[in-house]
Design a protein around this ligand. Structure first.
Ligand code: G1P
Length: 289
């Protein structure tokens, strides 16, 4: 019997240097698209996929991300006194049940693989999701829900993938295809940030994963990979052969909010997808056409 997917790890220890000075004191995951911080989008997406337990892998100066999921008692009281029921309900809907968010510190930025290894006591021996909040997804069915459905079909490990122009492959984890079945692809190899001429395909991993707990044992070897960092991709590659490993061509769009242009495009796309703000946004865009 397949173990249900109930846990998610959100690595949020990155420094956000590309967004300085905005991220000098504020974590990049608190950057806001329309009116929700990136971290909230990631949590919403995970909840839509049935995830109940969250682990934030934080670093120094990132405590506000944990605070964000705490009860805002004073604020709630004031909203209540002022009869602002709509705002109050929205705030409450975003709350996670008590005890469902934990955090751990990465202490030293040794790479994404190391960040995930830091969550090992949370993961224990359960399957788990990973969501990288920088990758903001706009999908007809929430991306993690698509992955969770694929996991129920295939079992084992599933990563969301997308095609990118060949010249951009070196920015990503790239998959080596064993069998291409269209929506699903079985994977026979994974390489992190390969040089263009060594990339096994132009199918890249985006920041959404369902992984088996055995990956932790491989990450524990602390082997350095691309960029001298302990890479999640390398740990995942070691699972291939002993467990199913699939890529899912997800339906929807990804915005790289770790990048200024990607972040600005996300503002526009998310505003246009919101009935309350779309008409105003369209008017604004018409002025710049
Ligand atoms: C990370 C992963 C990479 C993946 C990417 C998706 O890279 O290491 O495999 O393709 O996220 O956003 P990073 O963006 O942290 O360099």
């Amino acid at each position: 019997m397949l173990k249900p997917l109930r846990k998610a790890v959100l690595p949020v220890a990155g420094l956000g240097t590309r967004f300085l000075p905005a991220t000098k004191v504020m974590p990049k995951e608190m950057l806001t698209v329309v009116d929700r911080p990136l971290i909230q989008y990631a949590v919403d997406e995970a909840r839509a996929a049935g995830i109940e337990q969250f682990c934030l892998v934080t670093g120094r100066g990132k405590s506000i991300l944990v605070e964000h999921f705490d009860l805002a008692y004073e604020l709630e009281r004031i909203l209540e006194e002022r009869g602002r029921q709509r705002e109050l309900a929205a705030l409450r809907a975003d709350m996670l049940p008590p005890g469902m968010v934990v955090s751990t510190r990465q202490q030293t930025p040794l790479g994404l693989g190391h960040a995930i290894w830091c969550a090992r006591h949370f993961i224990q021996d359960d399957p788990f999701a990973i969501l990288l909040p920088d990758d903001l997804m706009l999908c007809p069915v929430p991306c993690m829900q698509q992955l969770a459905e694929a996991y129920r079909e295939t079992g084992g490990n599933v990563v969301a993938i997308e095609e990118v122009p060949r010249e951009r492959v070196s920015r990503y984890g790239v998959i080596d295809v064993e069998r291409d079945m269209g929506r699903l692809v079985s994977i026979k190899g994974l390489v992190e940030k390969p040089p263009i001429d060594q990339a096994p395909s132009n199918l890249t991993i985006i920041g959404r994963y369902v992984l088996m707990p055995e990956v932790i044992g491989h990450l524990a070897r602390m082997e350095k990979g691309a960029g001298g960092e302990i890479q999640l991709t390398d740990g995942m590659a070691r699972l291939i052969g002993s467990q199913p490993f699939h890529g899912l061509r997800y339906q929807g769009r990804r915005f790289d909010c770790g990048d200024k242009a990607g972040f600005l495009e996300a503002q526009i796309a998310f505003a246009l997808a919101r009935p309350d703000i779309a008409p105003a946004m369209r008017e604004i865009l018409a002025r710049y056409a």
